[in-house]
Write a protein that binds this ligand. Structure first.
Ligand SMILES: [Zn+2]
Length: 139
């Protein structure tokens, strides 16, 4: 912004050097142009300052949002903090076999709890497992 200001003051000096009569039509116009440019550079300067403030603000919000997200999801650097993989894995998925094609598929316990049947991803037939969520294994 300093360079824009210095360019404007250079123009001002240049105009004075040209010895343009400031009361002439041209002189008035040049004076007006330089005034407008001065006004614009002030405006730009304040906009830039404002933009810096907004950037700082966004950075602050972003940081806080990340902290909130970490707290809600228990993430940090993409890793689970409060998540026990080994416990979950046995519990979370239930192994069932398709009555039509004998394909072994793993179904989330949640799905078993909320549905009575699912479509087999292999033969697309329906697999019913009733309302009971027991661990079915194929002997
Ligand atoms: Zn099947």
């Amino acid at each position: 912004m300093d360079s824009l200001k210095s360019k404007i003051s250079y123009l001002k000096g240049y105009m004075e050097g040209l010895d343009i009569d400031k009361d002439s039509k041209e002189g008035k116009m040049f004076t007006e142009i330089i005034n407008v440019m001065g006004y614009m550079s002030e405006k730009i300067e304040s906009l830039e300052k404002h933009e810096e403030e907004i950037e700082d603000y966004i950075e602050t919000i972003d940081g806080e949002l990340t902290m909130v997200k970490d707290e809600i999801y228990g993430y940090e650097d993409g890793e689970f903090l409060n998540y026990d993989y080994e416990d979950e894995e046995d519990d979370h998925y239930i192994e069932i076999s398709c009555a039509n094609c004998n394909e072994i598929i793993f179904v989330e316990r949640e799905i078993l709890n909320s549905m009575d049947e699912i479509r087999c991803p292999s033969c697309h037939g329906f697999i019913t497992f009733g309302s009971k969520k027991e661990h079915k294994s194929n002997d």
